[in-house]
Write a protein that binds this ligand. Structure first.
Ligand SMILES: [Zn+2]
Length: 704
């Protein structure tokens, strides 16, 4: 490095320092004469800055015009080589409003707000020992960048003050590692920034804070109502201090940046205690990403009433929780509020005399009066092992954090089939996928059918901000947004806007929606038979189940959320092929299974009835596209069913194919007389059955 004078003194600059800028902007016709006149009288330090700050012209345009006038490029301030910075001291850089960008052996590239200052060019060239190449930068951004490069603590202070109200973190740990080498001048502001950020995030209702290093510094993002948003960017020069502070606070090992670490700490914000879960992950050459989860210990007592369900959803959930054995699953992707719902459910179940045990990884909240087991895969205490040991204590209710593998699933099913009520989660999207997943894991269909009481698929939708959402015409909604059957509430459709109350997102708070599959009767039979998830859901819908899409879309019609939010969370609306439901009535289980599998292979959805009475009841309720009817059945035979169908208006439209062992002309004639569409003699031949079914469906006008 060349020798450089200890101090460069110069007379104080005369204002404006860039008088030429005003002339250049006038020449381009960017400034009206009277504005230029006024600026000349004001004589600000920087004309360019005054033009921008007074809103006379957009910053980008001003920079381009002035760079062109000075015949230099516009500087990009994002990239500053640390090696170049060392050629200029802070004093010199500030004196000349000059920021070194990069340097070679011969030249140094410098961003300046005054590229026409030849004295500065000479002085800088002398100090750096290199030929100077100027680029133009507006005075404002340049000064900010100078702070970031030379005074990281100052730019942190600016971020802290930008967070507004005083931070009130009371319990952060004050510790200093002996081997710490960072400059002390940045440590204190970094600590203040961390505290202020946590307080700010709590007030913004964030669930977690992400500190992610990158080329352009440390990005700080909040997750609010499930959506990430960047709140600030800490300059790279100060990023290390912030990361270090976070790790010290959570008692993580700051000497090890190469391995993921987890820790925790506590903080008080505005007098309220918060649990902070801090995790560090090495992500790139820029360092570690730190995520701070903000947990409100008070929300462990979350009530089911507080998750925002509609009465029908609540009734179905309460119905499922009323079970005292078997298994209820809550499903949904990460962030769908599964855990909160499970805790709320436990809170509902936990009454005197009921012994509740949880097996979790990790234990999210501590519940008073509940025995909570922390799974530790490392030391061999797997979900399955922990569950087995828990079952020896014979609990009434078990909350099992997650079912991940066959071993856990089998133990859980054993428990559910032997008089315990098991609550657990699956990482699947909906009820249909959950049944498919459990089969994939290896749970046998008959076990599924006999122990599964229900599946709760959940999502969280953001609630439109009451302060700024605006009504829109229902006609603005696409056709896919039609309200589901049975919707009967006053219609108010609204759209998201954004105001200071909602952080300009248009939403404030969230509520849960549910797709609830209650497993009993027909549904259990479909599961036992190994029907596809879609078929199960399709028949469940006939019993009144709402899909997630329907549960979400009806909240659009009441103005609780917006259509876009439902699409964002639940996905694009389902485009469903028409489903053809076939009812098979036969007292012989072998026949039911045979006919069922033949029809299912052709894509029909099959529901079964064991006798004539059940067949009538199903025909009336489900209105199947076709009924395959056996003649010899207990309680009510085929003739009885045909007569009843003919007499009763409700079932009258259901076409019937008689399937019978009585292959004689008299029986056939009587059946046709009673209204049957067709007559097939047993034994069943698959191709013939399908051909006849399709022919009847064509005749009766059901599209195939
Ligand atoms: Zn708002």
């Amino acid at each position: 490095m060349p020798a450089r004078p200890a101090h460069v003194s110069a007379p104080p600059p005369r204002f404006p320092r860039d008088a030429w800028a005003l002339a250049a902007l006038e020449l381009e016709g960017l400034l009206p004469a009277h504005a230029a006149e006024r600026l000349r009288a004001e004589a600000p330090e920087w004309m360019a800055a005054a033009v921008v700050s007074q809103g006379l012209a957009p910053a980008g345009q001003v920079a381009v015009i002035l760079a062109r006038a000075a015949r230099v490029p516009v500087a990009s301030l994002d990239r500053v080589e640390p090696a170049a910075v060392q050629f200029l001291t802070e004093t010199v850089a500030r004196q000349h409003a000059a920021l070194p960008l990069s340097a070679t052996n011969k030249a140094i590239r410098i961003a300046t707000a005054n590229p026409l200052d030849y004295d500065a060019e000479r002085a800088l060239g002398f100090v750096a020992g290199r030929e100077v190449e100027f680029q133009y930068a507006l005075p404002g951004p340049l000064a900010k960048r100078l702070d970031e490069v030379y005074r990281p603590e100052r730019s942190i202070e600016r971020l802290v003050s930008g967070l507004g109200a005083q931070a009130t973190i009371e319990t952060v740990v004050e510790e200093r590692d002996a081997g710490e080498t960072a400059s002390a001048s940045v440590e204190a502001p970094a600590a203040r920034l961390v505290d202020a950020t946590i307080a700010d995030a709590v007030r913004e209702r964030a669930s977690d804070i992400h500190f992610e290093p990158g080329e352009r510094g440390l990005a700080i993002r909040y997750r609010v109502d499930g959506v990430m948003r960047e709140v600030m960017r800490v300059p790279r020069s100060a990023a290390g201090a912030v990361t270090r502070r976070l790790k010290i606070t959570a008692k993580l090992d700051i000497s090890d940046p190469l391995h993921p670490q987890d820790g925790r700490t506590a903080a008080r914000v505005d007098g309220k205690a918060w649990d902070l879960r801090v995790s560090s992950v090495p992500i790139s050459r820029y360092g570690e990403k730190i995520v701070v989860r903000l947990l409100d210990p008070a929300s462990a007592t979350l009530k089911l009433d507080a998750i925002g369900l509609w009465p029908d959803e609540m009734a179905a959930v309460e119905g499922l929780l009323g079970n005292r054995d078997g298994m209820v699953l809550v499903t949904g992707p990460t962030g769908s509020g599964k855990t909160s719902t499970l805790y709320a459910a436990l809170d509902r179940i936990r009454t005197t005399g009921i012994n509740v045990v949880t097996v979790e990884d990790p234990v999210e909240y501590h519940l008073p009066g509940v025995n909570q087991i922390q799974v530790s895969e490392k030391s061999g205490l797997t979900f399955a092992a922990a569950l087995r040991s828990v079952l020896r204590q014979d609990p009434d209710v078990v909350l099992l954090g997650e079912i991940r593998d066959l071993e856990t699933a089998q133990t859980a099913w054993q428990a559910a089939l032997s008089g315990h009520f098991v609550l657990s989660t699956l990482h699947t999207n909906d009820a249909a996928a959950s049944i498919a997943r459990l089969r994939d894991i290896g749970v046998e269909a008959f076990k599924l059918a006999s122990a599964l009481r229900g599946v709760l698929a959940q999502r969280l939708l953001r609630r439109l901000c009451p302060h700024c959402s605006e009504p829109v015409s229902p006609e603005s909604l696409p056709a896919t947004a039609r309200p589901p059957q049975g919707f009967e509430r006053p219609v108010t459709v609204k759209t998201a806007n954004g105001c200071s109350q909602c952080g300009f997102t248009g939403y404030r708070g969230r509520f849960a929606i549910e797709e609830i599959l209650t497993v009993d009767g027909t549904i259990a039979e479909l599961i036992a038979r190994g029907s596809l998830g879609d078929q199960i859901v399709e028949s469940a819908r006939r019993y009144g189940m709402h899909t997630l899409w329907e549960a979400g879309i009806r909240r659009v019609w009441t103005g609780e959320t917006a259509y876009d939010e439902v699409v964002r969370v639940v996905g694009e609306p389902p485009v469903k092929a028409a489903v053809t439901l076939v009812l098979v009535a036969d007292d012989d289980p072998v026949m039911r299974t045979l006919e069922g599998s033949i029809l299912q292979a052709e894509g029909f959805v099959v529901v079964a009835a064991e006798d004539g009475v059940e067949a009538l009841e199903q025909a009336q309720r489900l209105q199947p596209a076709i009924l395959l009817l056996d003649m010899d059945m207990p309680r009510l035979d085929g003739y009885g069913v045909l007569e009843a169908l003919r007499q009763r208006l409700a079932g009258r439209g259901v076409p019937v194919i008689v399937v019978t062992a009585h292959d004689d002309p008299a029986t056939e004639a009587r059946c046709i007389e009673l209204g049957a569409e067709d007559f097939i003699a047993k034994p069943i031949q698959p191709a013939r059955l399908i051909a006849r079914v399709r022919a009847v469906l064509r005749r009766t006008g059901v599209a195939l």
